[in-house]
Design a protein around this ligand. Structure first.
Ligand code: FMN
Length: 391
């Protein structure tokens, strides 16, 4: 009997992704760093927050829509950029289509396996994400390409310091997928025949290149070639961030902020938005959960720039909690990757629908007519929950 493709929670999407993917691919997608303190805290901290619901006087109609960096979205959840490949043959285009069909924004990682042009064609509401990698000339060319492809916003991610060990082991990822590496990985792949078949049916083997690191028509570097360029680039100063901001000119997000002083400097360089983020717990382990540091930042700069949050969002109620603490919207990473791995585009749509209905239940129960009414009084906050960094 065919399995019911509908998934009722993100936990179910994760289970199906784990069952369907070869072990190395699943491990690359789970990621995390060192002991997994930040990875776990991102998720667990949401469970420490409670709700204070009403029983009567609630609203029959609830408005979940908002805007992020000038783009109208039907719910305050957008796709966070992830450079994960080989999860599903549909890849980033399937994610972009799912986001479009559910009325939200796609963000495309510069480590993505598909091109900017394909992705903006699938969803015109696409933000392009870059790291500080390569020379200024090369970065300017990449921004030019993104602009020409129609990207409507730039995300610059700076919370990466090349921490790479994890206690549960790192997957071995081949430099390039070819017949030789396919044979080496075949015992794993053969134990996951449905995943293998999905690529065979699509007529290609998983791509391990980063085409958006090159210019259209140029030979794309391998994933590791691109990573090498990034590792060798000296880290940026705030003047460099200012340069990026001016070079792009359009809507601009700085992703990866945890500290109050950094949030203020982001305002000074003229960003449109920041995302309070610790890279999903994939970077410096021990950075507190993003939901713990959020309100110190929204209270400081929330009236000047848009403040988003990412990290640990698994339920619609998590979205409600972030908004109650002042976030304009949230970005999701693993939740949609698991949906993609489990069931392609419909799997991602499924995950967005789960978050929408959970958020709607929270807004209903809390007696609001709009997500903009969510506030701190809706929450039960245990003593000592918050962290204030960099005051
Ligand atoms: C496997 C993986 C790859 C990622 N790659 C990128 C990337 O290329 N660029 C980026 O800005 N963030 C990247 N991220 C971070 C996400 O954009 C996001 O910050 C994080 O996943 C949010 O946490 P969550 O997975 O708990 O939702 C990646 C995250 C994961 C799990």
């Amino acid at each position: 009997m065919a399995m019911n493709p509908w998934m009722e929670t993100v936990a179910e999407a994760q289970r199906r992704a784990k069952k369907r993917l070869p072990q190395s691919v699943y491990a690359a997608l789970l990621a995390g760093s060192e002991k997994g303190i930040s990875y776990n805290d991102n998720v667990d901290a949401f469970a420490e927050l409670g709700f204070a619901p009403h029983v009567a006087g609630m609203s029959a109609h609830r408005d979940l829509s908002t805007t992020v960096m000038g783009q109208s979205i039907s719910l305050p959840v957008i796709i966070s950029p992830t450079g994960v490949q080989a999860v599903h043959p549909g890849g980033e285009v399937a994610v972009a289509r799912a986001a479009k069909s559910r009325g939200t924004v796609m963000s495309l990682s510069s480590f993505a396996s598909q091109t900017l042009e394909e992705v903006t064609a699938a969803n015109p509401k696409t933000f392009y994400q870059m790291y500080w990698s390569g020379s200024k000339e090369v970065m300017a060319l990449r921004m030019q390409r993104a602009r020409a492809a129609g990207a409507v916003g730039l995300i610059v991610t700076l919370d990466w310091s090349f921490s790479n060990g994890r206690d549960w082991g790192s997957p071995s990822i081949p430099e390039k997928m070819n017949v030789k590496t396919m044979v080496r990985f075949s015992p794993e792949a053969l134990s996951r025949p449905r995943w293998l078949m999905s690529f065979l049916k699509a007529g290609y083997i998983p791509n391990l290149e980063a085409p958006n690191f090159a210019q259209p028509g140029q030979v794309a570097p391998t994933f590791f070639g691109a990573y090498g360029e990034w590792m060798q680039t000296p880290p940026p100063s705030w003047q460099d961030v200012q340069w990026l901001r001016e070079e792009w000119a359009g809507p601009f997000m700085l992703k990866g902020v945890s500290r109050i002083d950094d949030a203020k400097r982001a305002v000074d360089v003229g960003v449109t938005a920041i995302s309070v983020s610790n890279h999903g717990g994939n970077n410096l382990d021990g950075t507190p959960a993003t939901i713990r540091v959020l309100s110190s930042i929204t209270e400081t700069v929330g009236d000047q720039i848009e403040v988003l949050l990412d990290g640990g969002i698994r339920r619609g109620s998590d979205v409600a909690k972030a908004l109650a603490l002042g976030a304009r919207a949230v970005m999701i990473g693993r939740a949609y990757l698991w949906g993609l791995a489990a069931n392609g585009q419909p799997g991602v749509e499924n995950v967005i629908d789960i978050l929408r209905s959970g958020l709607d239940s929270a807004v209903l129960g809390l007696g609001h007519t709009s997500i903009h009414d969510l506030n701190k009084k809706d929450l039960v906050i245990p003593p000592g929950f918050f962290r204030r960094l960099g005051e």
